[in-house]
Design a protein around this ligand. Structure first.
Ligand SMILES: *[C@@H]1O[C@H](CO)[C@@H](O)[C@H](O)[C@H]1NC(C)=O
Length: 174
């Protein structure tokens, strides 16, 4: 009995995750064009929202190009510090782990100077467990408006209040 209840709980939690967690995105830099010269990466990035947990993939012909993460001033001047880590696999995936600005340039020949450079701003992960306050707080029922603990779940009960109550019942049924 205890085992099956634990199983139900696991399934329930898994379903909460799968329905409410916002999954991370993978952005292929430049889409079909990939990582190349004479491409406007700023307009490519301008309609996208980058968040912690998302990834950037730079695609190009290995050996013909590379990717270097630099700071803002080196981005402007297209210069690469000696200590930089240079990615060169042709299919480089970078996980965005922190918020803030990130700058990437090509370290090959004059590629950076002719537009092969990308600057993005990484925003915090969207937190679906604590959503921003609803525009109509009056739609959230007061606790006394909830059905008694043994009544069936009705469609009129807002989804948001169902899950905690259901979890509560799982633990306190006996
Ligand atoms: C960027 O990095 C270069 C080389 O490491 C350094 O000289 C410069 O001061 C840095 N600029 C900023 C704004 O951090």
């Amino acid at each position: 009995m205890a085992l099956s209840r634990a199983l139900i709980l696991v399934v329930l939690i898994a379903s909460i995750f799968s329905t409410t967690m916002v999954s991370a995105k993978d952005f292929v830099v430049g889409d079909e064009s990939g990582w190349t010269t004479w491409f406007d990466y700023q307009s490519w990035a301008s309609n996208k929202v980058f968040r912690v947990g998302d990834t950037l993939t730079f695609k190009y012909v290995a050996g013909k190009d590379n990717v270097v993460r630099v700071n803002g001033s080196d981005f402007q001047s297209c210069s690469i510090p000696r200590t930089s880590i240079v990615l060169s696999s042709g299919h480089d995936t970078i996980v965005l782990t922190t918020t803030g600005r990130r700058w990437y340039i090509s370290g090959v020949a004059n590629h950076c100077k002719i537009g092969q450079k990308l600057v993005i701003t990484v925003l915090p992960q969207q937190n679906s467990w604590f959503p921003s306050p609803s525009p109509s707080p009056s739609s959230v029922p007061a606790p006394e408006a909830l059905p008694p603990s043994d009544s069936p779940w009705t469609a009129s009960v807002p989804r948001r209040s169902m899950l905690p109550k259901k979890l509560f019942n799982l633990f306190h049924k006996n």
